[in-house]
Design a protein around this ligand. Sequence first.
Ligand code: TYM
Length: 360
Amino acid sequence: PERVLSGVQPTGSLHLGNYLGAIRQWVDFQNEDQFNDDGEVVPVENFFCVVDLHAITMPHDPKDLQESTLSSAALYLAAGIDPTKSKIFVQSHVPAHSELAWLLNCITPMGWLERMIQFKEKAKKQGESVGVGLFSYPILMAADIMLYQSTKVPVGEDQRQHLELTRDIVRRFNDLFCKGNPYKKRCKAAGVPSRPVFVEPDAIILKEGARVMSLTDGSSKMSKSDPSDASRINVLDDPKTIRDKIKRCKTDAIPGIEWDNPDRPEATNLLNIYSAVQPTKRTKEEILKEVGEMTWGEFKPVIADAIVNHLTPIQDRYYEVRNDPDALNEILKQGADAANEVAERTLLNTKVAMGFNIPP
Ligand code: TYM
């Protein structure tokens, strides 16, 4: 079977990049059949996690963490994740994530982490006080993925390097601990199957929406950490805020709207967003026919309306879900129970492979 796992950090509010790059893809995974090489439908198990342990790798305020965790989970549901088809859970409710991360910390060379672009970018902002957790962040992410033997990880483009690192860690673990007779003997003694403990996951990155750019600078990524809220559209922004942000967003002085002109990153970005929020799929040609000849002044209300129309039903569902905390907590509990069962099993296998004493 295929296992799908992904997650978003509950830091601040989720934005259009998180939604278009990640969450919307998860919904498609959940709702579409997956096929193997012979064209047969394969069963898929989906795990979607609110990665609260990752959210503390940057300075955080304890009074906000709980609310943003629940709010992120509510947004997963509002965006269309269906708890009868997918498990939704909070990372810190499954202790195996922290434990596996420690085990993997001990086999991952520092040099591999020093190359991580996201670490370099985030560390720059923090200077001397940068935490060890931020450095080993990608190892915790590898643990998230590996615990579920995940084969597919739907993410935005900025996570590609972390997925490659995860594959390297999987190979290293299997090479170090899952080969030869001593491994088989340990498994037999512990009564667990002797197979490679971990599988190599694939990053699943959409062509469209994989990299939503800032509204104030079309050459940098839309991001929660940009100090200016005007640089992003949050999934929960009200219609007036969305229209204002689009009205004020960066444009250029060239007539017409066009795609993929390297000198016009803002035009490409807004067209990508416009295309991604259409109610039904439209080709680039169809979209250009509609808006290609417009001025920025004409295009802006059109794209603002399209974004508002796309987000309004999600926001309505969000407030419904968020106003029923008992139901939400129950979904998270069931998600954590299911996740714990799989994760505990993998953790046991890992410890056997590494030679730990397993309590009877
Ligand atoms: P985070 O919270 O930074 O981002 C969550 C998801 O949103 C995507 N994303 C974007 N996609 C397109 N355009 C953007 N501007 C944009 N900004 C963010 C990210 O690629 C991501 O898919 N390390 C992860 C969280 C994580 C995770 C995991 C993901 C922890 N464990 C296990 C997958 C599997 C992160 O930084 O998320």
